[in-house]
Design a protein around this ligand. Sequence first.
Ligand SMILES: [Zn+2]
Length: 622
Amino acid sequence: MEKNSKKTFYITTPIYYVNDVPHIGHAYTTIIADTLARFKKLCGNEVFFLTGTDEHGQKIEKSAAEKGLSPIELADRVVMRFKNLWQSLNISYDNFIRTTAPRHEAGVQKIFQKLQEKGDIYKGTYSGYYCVSCENFLSDDVPLEEGGYKICADCEKQAGEVAEECYFFKLSSNQEKLLDFYSKNPEFVRPKTRMNEVTSFVKQGLKDLSITRTTVKWGVKVPGDPKHTIYVWFDALHNYLTGIGYDWDMELFNKFWPADVHLVGKDILRFHAIFWPAFLMAAGFPLPETVYGHGWWMKDGTKISKSRGNVLDPDIILETFGSDPLRYFLLREVPIGLDGNFSHEGFLHRVNSDLANDLGNLVQRTLTMIVNYFNGRIPDPDEEKEADKKLREDFQDIKKRAYQHYEEYNLNRALEEIWVYINTVNKYLADNEPWLMAKDEHKRGALARVLFQAASALRAITTLIFPVMPESSEKIWSYLGEKSALTQIDFNSLKFEDYQPVNLIQKPAPLFPRVDLKEFLKEESGKKETGQKEKKMSEVTYEEFRKMDFRVGKILEAEKVEGTKKLIKMKIDIGEEVRQMISGIADTYSPEDLIEKKVVVIINLKPASFGGSVRKLCCWLL
Ligand SMILES: [Zn+2]
């Protein structure tokens, strides 16, 4: 309501951490944001699209030191990688904010000071378990391990205890205000299931939040107390204000704030749906309209992330396919609220069937026939027939539905609808068989009519897919002989019958290459080997590792298993009992060599099917 009257649209991605390498997960969030930004622009909104990088914190300090760099040198390098990726993916951001920019730092300090003056920030002592990797204090209910540390639930790494003087934000006094705000704005967190998670978390009670560290040097200093560094999350969240002019262009800021949507991965929803509105309320800023928590891209069932070592490098796909197939696949394959599983098979299937077959063929056939049969300019078509009328009316219908889906961020549904229409047009061509009409001199008018309809449909489709596939759309647009830029079109007033037969059609180049899966995988693994070192063995998580029960045992008896080449059966004394175990080591050791030797044994390895109570042995001779 208010959005329509102000006609501005402010969308953000999270700012990406420069300790990471850009991967499909980052690409995904940014592609969603870019698509929505382009769609809103087509609908006549004034759009501001913000992305950027989060460059402070202990983790960056540490990894820079490991690489022999200063933190800012490390940041500069990674920022370039992000910017290059956004360029290859056709990301049309309006500002790229870096949290090391002086005007961001000044803005954060100004807000900190304001909250301090109002009493929302106070000084105290904090002790707790801190995950360096996630830059996050663990909650009190995480159990303490025997070694005196806790395990971070997000990254499964150890978190040590930290006690220090620090500044607190009075989060506790915002609990009721937040719950009140959520109940009045049920669309604040989307999808709805995530809103429920957030509400029940807040209802459990909020504690004050420690927002500074003295052990970290790399960050924004507390104004007037520079031995304290502002907690990286407090620092980072305010990019949404400083990136749009807060404290340096208040006219711009007032024009676009509050944000229409903060797009975030579901793992950082809590920061955006609880802390962020609390900071904003305390400082007296209006609150953003929506925080949208999207799902993760998984590979082989686990989240894609650097710490899990299963990063998918988008550059390899981009080199072969360009940006549009990747943009299309990521948005088409799953609803943005859910998790998706990335597979090369799935990707190539989409590219070959939806893009090369359905859309690519439509473009190719339609335009090539117009060039071949009419030298690129369609003459006066015959009068419209029933099937033509239906093609036109169907479009208005699809457009309405696509609009609704884009508005509701159901991007996969929008594409699904558009593809139904693409296939309607393909069927229209198949039914009318213009290639046969072309052989009959008396059917020139009918041929002109059918091709004119197909070209009109194609022009209309191009506008609908533009937000997702800007590069291909602009190509089709120019093949259609359109003089003005596609971005000048108004989505809402777009009509099927806007197409002008006076345009000179150009012969199209193939838009989407057909790629064979085997060829592609061969090429990809070749690039991986030459490009970067990939670990052959999959990594074991700490959680998996700590389940293993290691014991030192002594081998009492050993004998070869009859009828096998490699297996040796042993009796091993592991202290409280003697275990029978089997190991495939007969090609290295003879049984008599093993007696009296000490071995390290994993005693809780799942029994393998060797019959009886004999366990397969995993051991190392000492
Ligand atoms: Zn962690």
